[in-house]
Unconditional design. Structure first.
Length: 128
C-alpha cells in the first residue's frame, strides 16, 4: 500500500506516461479547474503508468505559465500557480499538479510529447 501511495505522489522523467483517456465530462472538469488560474498558459494532462492498483489511475497535470518560463519556479510561485486549480480537482482520481520550469523541463518535454496531452488552451474550450 505504501508503494502505491508513493508512486502516486512522485514523478520523474523515467516514468511512462500515456494519454489520460478521461471522458469528456471529466476532462471538462479539469479544463475548468485550469481556467481558474490567470497564470496558466498551457496545460497538459497524462496518465502515469503505475505498478500497483492499475485500475486506480494516477494523472499528471503539467502547467506552463503565461510569463516567459522562469529558470526555476519558487515554492511561492508554484503554489500561486496551482492554488486556484487544486480545489476544483477534489474528488478526482489521484492527480499530481506541477509547473514546468528549467528544473523539470525534461519531464515537461516527455509529457508534452504524449499524444493528446495538451488540454488547455483548447479551441472548443467549454468553461462552466
Amino acid at each position: 500500500m505504501l508503494e502505491a501511495q508513493r508512486e502516486r505522489t512522485e514523478i520523474a522523467p523515467h516514468n511512462l506516461f500515456f494519454p489520460s483517456e478521461l471522458g469528456p465530462d471529466e476532462l471538462d472538469k479539469v479544463v475548468f479547474a485550469v481556467s481558474k488560474s490567470d497564470k496558466v498558459h498551457e496545460a497538459f494532462l497524462v496518465r502515469k503508468h503505475v505498478q500497483h492498483f492499475q485500475d486506480d489511475p494516477c494523472y499528471v497535470l503539467a502547467l506552463t505559465t503565461r510569463q516567459t518560463m522562469a529558470k526555476f519556479l519558487s515554492s511561492e510561485d508554484h503554489e500561486a500557480l496551482i492554488a486556484p486549480i487544486t480545489p476544483h480537482l477534489e474528488g478526482a482520481a489521484a492527480t499530481i499538479v506541477f509547473g514546468i520550469d528549467e528544473s523539470t523541463k525534461e519531464l515537461g518535454k516527455q509529457i508534452r510529447g504524449t499524444q493528446g496531452a495538451k488540454i488547455y488552451p483548447s479551441i472548443d474550450l467549454k468553461v462552466g
